[in-house]
Design a protein around this ligand. Sequence first.
Ligand SMILES: [Zn+2]
Length: 260
Amino acid sequence: MRGLSLTLLLALPALAGGPLVVVDPGHGGDQPGAFGPDGLIEKNLALSIARKVKAQLEKELGATVVLTRDRDAVVHLSERVVLANKKRPELFISIHANSMPTAQQRRLNQGIETYFLSAAASGEEAKKVAARENAEVGSQPKGASGDTLSFILADLQRSETHVDSSRLAYSIHEALISETGAQDRGVQQAPFYVLMGLDAPAVLVEVGFVSHPEEARHLSDAEYQAKLARAITVGVKQFLVQLEARDGPSTSLGTGKKAD
Ligand SMILES: [Zn+2]
């Protein structure tokens, strides 16, 4: 090591493999999610953006990225959690798009929201978003009965992860708003099934409203999707830099996995 220049030493962590990230495109198969004008469907949009996020994270951070689905197929919410935990990622990002039910609301509501998990929603709108995104739980045994107590207990045990999820949400959200100029609907909290039981800092991004005529046009555009992906990558990087400053280089941008 002695012969290496300082610059090279600083560059080494990124070369060593980068972080392991699970990116989760919402919905899929016969669970399409929200519908927008001109045939825009949330499941397709989420997959398209997730693939771009994967490419950006690999390129910019040397990350290893696992998608919970890479085709138009049903993957149950509990399966996504199990799959993610098996990979033992350093973070988890779920990609969704928002929608409003009535014509007037569809005209008026646009913008980006970034969520992290909490037992109680941060507001009525956040509660509705979680209800819509949780709707496909259907007959799944886990979570379907809303086992609130065990969830809260498990969540308390993961409190450091919880704080990190909040940090990750703010970091990604700020980058998204500054990169896209989209309306800032804030960092929110809600009980999303897909974020429950994850052992890594985890967020769910509502990248915009497929139901808003103008925002739907942006979201359909490959350039805009790439912008979202770049912003998410910037947010991830800023989060990992913060984490590294706190926990030391072994955790994040460095050698990949934390030694337990
Ligand atoms: Zn969704």
